[in-house]
Design a protein around this ligand. Structure first.
Ligand SMILES: [Zn+2]
Ligand SMILES: [Zn+2]
Ligand SMILES: [Zn+2]
Ligand SMILES: [Zn+2]
Length: 518
């Protein structure tokens, strides 16, 4: 193990432990977790240390330079001066007079970025605290009995790790998302009497110079990612998620380009077998003795310095007509797309895409979206998407209460507002069932529904009593026992609250995408 790899894993262990302590304290005291994270050294380093370039452009010239026994610049120059044959191959003479056949390649290059480095973003997306309508102070939520119990200014988020203001909350949200995904599976395994393999946090480093080349373009990156997830499964993992780090922190000086992967996974890994099959690779378990203390904290920590990759697509590869039709008729190409609430709202005013009106489309943005793709993380193995299906959802109307005294929290519109408004939210509790048992469970559910209705039992109660099902409330996720679930809807139509929630918790563009989570 070279010194940087060794140093980094020690560093990860030490930092994760302190990160976990800070977050737990914040969660316990209901301080703004945002503050706890922004004080954390790793975020400071992400924002402030210089970052070594991750670019190895035109990899093929590196190889050629070696073959020619010359510099990359010289190799490049010689290709430029040569004339290719009919197949586009350049025939050059090597160091020992041997013939070298060289061809220029088209790369779907990836540009890797560190979180928090899109400095324009907060301005463009209006991120940050929300001013009150009166202009006197900010919108904030507090306990009406005692502000010392709970007080937090409300923020607008763009939910991007690229955003210096939103990266912390986005990393925390990603952590929650991943924990929820893991817990659904774990809960169902346990309820149905399956063995739950141990959960571990692993770091996998392929040979570094090779890995630096592999992460340059989409094709090779995908192949490397695939190789790692299948190797982990071959040597004992049942399933997990894998996140890419292009850089390792080198002392307190710099982020060095040093590609490696973090994986949270269920299962025992046969490291001896792994190392034998992949000589030169480094595989290590973080906190090997005590295991993972918290999925959400671990993922949030990993997210703060994960690689945000964009790859460019060639305009020739985009099916512009199909994409346009898919925009007009969602679901044509992107399977799960539907017309949105806004579309129906527009329709009632006789405008928008449902009536063939395209005047409100930002064509520049639409075009750019098609020419760039984000590199995403994947759940794999037993945690793959599609292993669980949604049986039904139950809509819950909830009032948020103070953790200390149980009073209903209120949102105040600045300092002039002494009355405030109770904090209400709508949650659709999902019940998941493993795909193989789905039809059987669904049939039972439909059969029992009338009887359950008479007895006042809903799908959440059904799930509790069925081994092959679990609802969000069974997952043991952090929540507030004091929150009050109401019997019926709030005073205004659901859409009013849902729209507000969509605005506050809109889609994120992180590598752990909303689409991939369950
Ligand atoms: Zn933002
Ligand atoms: Zn790392
Ligand atoms: Zn914790
Ligand atoms: Zn209180």
């Amino acid at each position: 193990m070279n010194s940087l790899e060794y140093y980094d894993s020690i560093n990860d262990e030490r930092r994760l432990a302190s990160f976990h302590r800070d977050m737990e304290r914040a969660e316990r005291q209901q301080l703004s977790i945002q503050n706890a994270l922004s004080e954390h050294p790793v975020v400071y380093y992400v924002k402030n240390l210089p970052i070594e370039s991750s670019k190895y452009p035109a990899i093929e010239y590196l190889t050629l330079a070696k073959q020619l026994g010359t510099s990359v610049l010289d190799a490049y120059g010689r290709v430029q001066q040569s004339i290719p044959d009919q197949e586009g191959n350049y025939r050059l003479r090597g160091l020992f007079g041997q013939e070298i056949v060289f061809s220029k390649q088209d790369h779907d290059y990836i540009e890797w970025q560190m979180p928090a480095h899109d400095l324009m973003r907060p301005k463009v997306r209006h991120c940050g605290f929300i001013r009150s309508k009166s202009g006197n102070g900010y919108v904030y939520t507090a306990c009406p009995e005692d502000a010392d119990h709970h007080i937090k200014a409300k923020r607008l988020h763009c939910w991007s790790l690229r955003c210096p203001l939103c990266m912390n909350d986005t990393a925390i949200r990603d952590g929650m998302k991943v924990e929820k995904h893991f817990r659904y599976h774990e809960t169902i395994w346990r309820k149905s009497g399956q063995e739950v393999p141990p959960l571990g946090h692993w770091v996998i480093s392929p040979p570094q110079e090779w890995a630096k080349c592999m992460v340059q373009d989409k094709e090779h990156y995908d192949a490397l990612y695939q190789l790692i997830t299948s190797a982990l499964q071959e040597f004992g993992a049942s399933g997990g998620i894998t996140i890419f780090h292009p850089w390792r922190q080198f002392e307190q000086l710099e982020w060095k380009f040093s590609p490696h992967f973090h994986s949270l996974l269920f299962g025992f890994i046969d490291t001896t077998g792994f190392r034998k099959a992949f000589p030169g690779w480094v595989i290590k378990k973080i906190h090997a003795e005590e295991g993972i203390q918290s999925i959400r904290h671990t993922i949030a920590y990993i997210s703060t310095h994960q690689g945000l990759g964009i790859h460019e697509r060639s305009a020739d590869d985009v099916d512009w007509d199909l994409d346009f039709l898919d925009h007009m008729i969602p679901g044509l190409k992107s399977k799960d797309a539907h017309f949105s609430e806004k579309d129906y709202e527009d329709l009632s005013r006789n405008r928008g895409r449902m009536v063939g009106d395209v005047t409100d489309i930002d064509w520049l943005e639409w075009t750019m979206d098609r020419l760039r793709g984000d590199i995403r993380c994947r759940y794999w193995g037993s945690l793959s998407k599609g292993k669980l299906k949604t049986l039904d959802t139950k809509r819950q109307y909830t009032l948020r209460a103070c953790k200390h005294c149980g009073a209903i929290l209120r949102t105040f519109d600045g300092h002039d507002d002494h009355l405030g408004e109770p904090v209400r939210y709508i949650q659709d509790v999902e019940v998941k069932v493993p795909a193989p048992q789905f039809r059987m469970v669904k049939r039972e559910y439909e059969r029992l529904k009338p009887q359950m209705k008479e007895e006042g039992m809903d799908v959440i109660g059904f799930a509790r009593n069925v081994p092959f099902a679990a609802s969000t409330v069974e997952l043991g996720l952090p929540g507030n026992e004091n929150d009050i679930v109401m019997d019926g809807p709030f005073d205004r139509p659901d859409e009013y609250y849902l729209r507000r929630q969509r605005k506050a918790f809109g889609p994120s563009d992180t590598p752990i995408s909303d689409k991939d989570s369950i």
